[in-house]
Design a protein around this ligand. Structure first.
Ligand code: DGJ
Length: 558
């Protein structure tokens, strides 16, 4: 056999990579676990909190990466979410190009961040725009779905057997490569497709789809959606009435995505999730007013049963309405679903990371966080204030994210963001209540909300009488727990220097700070910086401004 110099070079490079991998100690595969009704994402065997940033759609090209990493550094992320494009990965049928994946693996490691990779396969925002060209050129074999009038729509058919087979095969090749190339577990989770579903029509109306739509609904779907119908084997219309088309399409799409996920998971069982373009959580519009077929809040049960290989159904939250934002978090925080927000936006929404933490979120990630569109100008570019809002939270939590994730998994953490018109919050922790006053209220004599809510704060119980406390723009104090009618005052009255007290077993008990330690988290432990003891925002309530301050608070009573 004759070796050309190119072949020899390739062989040497391959054996170097293999040798290098042989030297890397294989770490445990990341996984999602559940204990006492709470979830954790385990990375290297311990709970991990994704403080993420997702790049723009077309940023995972080697030439673009230099504009990604500086943005991620500015954001203080620990995890970068990046698409992998099917069309780039499989330029010709069965021929895989691993260069992009290998490049991002190497560069992520150099930048000391983990990755969540997004498989832009059959669906990207309801369309098939990232399918390889050889598929786009063969629409008879890889068909679009058709609308009521028999017209092809810019969305793939979930009944296209050849597309499903091709996606399963390519996704499996991708996962197999990750397994081999990533013993360090730089990649901690994979998104399967992107906002799968359809815009512009409610479902596929092809003959194959029509036949199924008028057939009996599978029993597991009826059970999942708790359908009680007078017909013993109802078809979709009989079972779901006005939501029939959306439910049918959700089932069709979820079955397809679930099979792609299962095929990949069989070779490399990383945590997998699907993301959703949402419907309005407070005033849901009629079917057709939102993307049909994706894991919207009304069909989560369908997706759970039809796609069991997916560990998470995750909301992409772009609303500017705080009440709607909080409602979405609630809807996706379910007993069968860890809360993970893979996409969000809007500087004012940055504070909701803390609301999500209050619901044991395993991660959060704003979208479009890179400098590929210019640093401060141009359409869709990131503005410095938007970076800042996220960067502030990540700077505060980032260094101790492992500890935060552990405390949250153990049910010891509560976190909140300021809500419109709300100036106080009480967080109960057994024999202590943490009492929080927001923004302006922390200095004045009357509780008053901020004109623009910005507060984020977090309290975690480290021991019976010891707490970890951190936040921005708020005042926190602790009151021993008495019964409601025995409490001396309902609210902290800021500025009055009241020591929080409570009547317990007929005796007034007053909060005493035993020790107030400002700490940092270094090398897996809290490190003492200084002890607080003065007034003016130290022992007369704990005042947090805009500097990242973390306190370990030890309490007693007198
Ligand atoms: C939601 C999609 O999932 C993302 O890929 C991206 O296109 C954003 N919308 C843009 O706002």
């Amino acid at each position: 056999m004759k070796f050309t110099s190119t072949v020899l070079a390739a062989l040497v490079a391959t054996s170097l990579v293999v040798a290098l991998h042989a030297q890397v100690k294989e770490r445990p595969i990341p996984r999602i676990v559940k204990k006492d009704g709470r979830f954790a994402l385990l990375v290297d065997g311990a709970p991990y909190l994704v403080l993420g940033g997702q790049v723009h759609n077309s940023s995972t090209w080697p030439a673009m990466l230099p504009k990604v990493w500086p943005a991620m550094e500015d954001l203080n992320v620990n995890t970068v979410e990046m698409p992998i494009y099917w069309e780039q990965f499989e330029p010709r049928p069965g021929q895989y190009d691993y260069t992009t994946i290998d490049t991002v693996l190497t560069q992520a490691r150099q930048h000391h961040v983990r990755l969540v990779l997004l498989w832009f396969g059959t669906w990207k925002n309801g369309s098939q725009h990232y399918m390889p060209e050889w598929m786009k050129l063969a629409p008879d074999r890889y068909p679009h779905l058709v609308d009521k009038n028999g017209q092809a729509v810019d969305s793939p058919s979930p009944f296209a057997a050849a597309s499903l087979e091709a996606d399963k095969t390519a996704f499996t090749a991708f996962m197999r490569h990750l397994k081999k190339a990533d013993p360090e577990r730089t990649v901690i989770m994979v998104q399967v497709e992107n906002e799968a579903g359809t815009w512009g029509t409610l479902r596929d109306y092809s003959p194959a789809a029509q036949k199924l739509f008028t057939s009996p609904v599978p029993r597991d779907m009826l059970d999942a959606m708790q359908v009680t119908s007078s017909a013993s084997s109802p078809n979709w219309q009989e079972a779901f009435g006005p939501e029939a088309e959306v439910c049918f399409h959700a089932w069709s799409v979820a079955k397809y995505v679930g099979q792609v996920a299962a095929a990949g998971k069989a070779v490399y069982p990383l945590p997998l999730y699907a993301n959703a373009a949402l419907r309005d959580p407070l005033k849901p519009g009629a079917p057709g007013s939102y993307e049909s077929g994706g894991p919207t809040d009304n069909v989560l049960a369908i997706w759970k049963v039809a796609a069991p290989a997916l560990d998470i159904l995750a909301p992409d939250i772009y609303t500017n309405d705080p009440a709607a934002y909080l409602k979405v978090l609630e809807l996706y925080h379910r007993d069968d679903n860890p809360l993970f927000v893979p996409e969000t936006g809007g500087a004012a929404n940055a504070r909701f990371l803390f609301s999500a933490l209050g619901l044991q979120a395993i991660g959060f990630s704003p979208f479009g966080m890179d400098y590929t569109r210019g640093q401060d100008t141009g359409p869709g570019s990131r503005q410095p204030d938007e970076f800042l809002a996220w960067a502030m939270s990540y700077r505060l939590i980032g260094p101790m994210q492992r500890e935060i994730a552990r405390l949250n998994f153990e049910g010891k953490l509560q976190a909140v963001a300021e809500e419109e018109g709300r100036a106080t919050e009480i967080l109960p922790f057994g024999s202590w209540n943490a009492e929080v006053t927001f923004g302006a209220a922390r200095r004045g004599s009357t509780p008053a909300a901020n004109p623009a809510p910005a507060v984020r704060m977090l309290v975690a119980q480290l021991a019976d009488n010891q707490f970890l406390v951190t936040g921005y723009d708020c005042r926190i104090d602790f009151r021993p727990t008495g019964t409601e009618q025995q409490r001396k005052s309902q609210h902290i009255i800021p500025g009055t220097d009241e020591t929080p007290s409570a009547l317990i077993d007929g005796k007034w008990q007053h909060r005493q700070f035993l020790r107030l330690e400002q700490v940092t988290w270094e090398n897996g432990a809290f490190k003492h910086v200084r002890t607080w003891g003065g007034r003016g925002g130290e022992t007369n309530g704990l005042y947090f401004g805009e500097a990242p301050v973390v306190l370990r608070v030890s309490l007693t009573t007198y």
